[in-house]
Design a binder for this molecule. Sequence first.
Ligand code: ATP
Ligand code: MG
Length: 350
Amino acid sequence: KPLVFSGVQPTGNLHLGNYLGAIRKFVALQEDNDCIYCVVDLHAITAQLVHDDLKGQIRSIAAAFIASGIDPVKHIVFNQSAVPQHAELAWIFNCVARIGWMNRMTQFKDKAGKDRENASLGLLAYPSLMAADILVYRATHVPVGDDQKQHLELARDIAQRFNIDFGPKIRETGTGVDMIVGEEPIHGYFPLVEPLIGGPAPRVMSLKDGTKKMSKSDPSDLSRINLMDDADTILKKIRKAKTDPDALPSEVDGLEGRPEAGNLVGIYAALSDRTKADVLAEFGGQQFSVFKPALADLAVEVLAPITTEMRRLMDDTTHIDAILKDGGERARARAEKTMNEVSDIIGFLR
Ligand code: ATP
Ligand code: MG
């Protein structure tokens, strides 16, 4: 069975973007794959070192996984810091990756802001840890939102570079130089991961600005729909969402240059498992005053059962803690095996 890995940071309230871009896909992939889903707490301290109630945040992401329908017995749910091999492999990858590769990452540029010299070294090396998260299990498929595409390309570059650097070498007689002939990278030690991105809302945008992605760390709560929002709050946020004054077009082409309209139609399509074209066939020509309440109703219908179950799980956290502990142990056994092999490949004495 293909091995799927993905992670979510415990950096705040989960939102509709996390659900549609990631968690909902995690659930769907369980059927045909072996899945490892991780609360990436080591990543959470890259942009902000000190968090209020980090333990509670970690539990709430795990609760969201379970409430959405992830089976922690058939698959693995755990928090990253419980498996030290993630950080260990990340160190190796820090030595494989080039500074230039990291400097090109748009997430780093966005999160570091203007004062880049003052960003943490961890924020710069974030993609290296992310590559380690995936490759410490030698996972091949990674469901993520569109914003993580660049990081996954980097994970492929790191895997490929490692495979070539530690691939079979032949000495070309005469030159006295070791020429690296690396096998086809795909046959190397680390697989080249495939991102699983797609659907009508691969990048859910902020409700306040159709050019910015919806984020946990956006200071404005009105910019996102949280998984824990109640029906009234969802309705209020969608009603206040930025839009243009025109009616909805009846074809997808008509959404061009209308990022906010495109976003809301994409969300509706994703929530109802339809295409944007299909949604516009129904709502084309209608004003937002009609479309927005319909969207809010749909969002509540999809999210309410998850919210209720998350609240129940968070009431008494012994169940979540037991899931994380068991998942951590199972993940660690697998990660240890890879790290031993990596140590042997590099030539460490162990
Ligand atoms: P932060 O602002 O702290 O980075 P985040 O909202 O970006 O938080 P992450 O934990 O970084 O959330 O990402 C978890 C998963 O959710 C990733 O797969 C990411 O691609 C996906 N994701 C995040 N935001 C969106 C979005 N707006 N649309 C679609 N997918 C998203
Ligand atoms: Mg993010």
